[in-house]
Write a protein that binds this ligand. Structure first.
Ligand code: BTN
Length: 257
């Protein structure tokens, strides 16, 4: 069971996680927070579930996570301050916060895979699902769903990228409360840079992305594109170079070729 007191002692934020909701079981923390009728509306609300019955991954995949072992939670942002022009960078702020927290607490080297997977030793340790609702043409709720494999050691099923967990890499049981508090502390700190130093977020993200400069393929449905991962643009979209031409890629799964 998640120890709320231990988590709270380590939480050092102003607003992220100050409204903290814990539940044993839910369909999906993302789906719940996206639904306005559930009345969870404080900016920075964090909803943590020990088990999700319909945990969602990117591209309609399923996110599997064993009960009580990992961290599966969502963060709600609804302050206009964050929902403007740099909104896409919150994707990068989130995966960067996960990576920095794993590095700080466990000295594991992380690798960031565009757009927002976190890998350790080439295996996926965390995934992020970014979802939003809008009113008119304005986004009014942004939900950042984060799944981290923490203490799970057995993974069954088919995965696009082989999974791992912090425990498997560290060979030690991990304190989930401390990790979540560290992550939310880091996330809030990185988020503060969104409107003042957005380039810093991308710079720190790119430092951990080892695919830049490599030959890659990007698949989106049946469509596969090849080229060199040239860079990210100022919004975090991928610049793919092919025969001297640069194409801006908004979505897709990147693989090295
Ligand atoms: C991916 O890598 O495909 C994204 C996985 C995101 C999983 C998290 S777990 C908490 C939140 N609730 C969900 O239903 N999904 C996200």
């Amino acid at each position: 069971m998640f120890n709320l007191e231990r988590f709270d002692i380590k939480l050092n934020t102003e607003f992220i996680g100050r409204n903290f909701v814990y539940t044993e079981e839910i369909d999906s923390t993302n789906t719940y927070l996206l639904n306005k009728s559930n009345k969870l509306s404080y900016d920075g609300t964090v909803l943590l579930a020990e088990k999700q019955n319909k945990g969602k991954g990117r591209k309609d995949r399923v996110w599997y996570s064993t009960k009580d072992q990992n961290l599966t939670f969502s963060i709600l942002l609804n302050n206009k301050k964050y929902l403007g022009k740099n909104l896409n960078l919150i994707n990068f702020a989130s995966s960067l916060a996960v990576a920095v927290s794993i590095e700080n607490l466990y000295q594991l080297k992380t690798d960031l895979k565009w757009p927002n997977d976190v890998l350790v030793n080439g295996k996926k340790i965390s995934g992020i699902l970014f979802e939003s609702t809008s009113q008119g043409n304005k986004i009014d709720r942004l939900v950042i769903g984060i799944g981290i494999n923490v203490n799970q050691t057995i993974f069954q099923g088919n995965y696009k990228i082989a999974p791992t967990s912090i425990k498997l890499e560290l060979k030690e049981q991990v304190d989930r409360e401390r990790l979540l508090a560290e992550l939310l502390n880091n996330f809030e700190e990185i988020l503060q840079k969104l409107n003042t130093e957005p380039d810093e977020i991308l710079k720190d993200w790119k430092l951990r992305c080892r695919l830049i400069g490599e030959k890659i393929s990007i698949s989106e449905g049946d469509d596969i594109k090849y080229g060199i991962f040239d860079d990210l643009d100022s919004e975090g979209f991928l610049l793919l170079k092919n025969k001297g031409r640069i194409e801006i890629i908004h979505f897709g799964d990147v693989s090295i070729v």
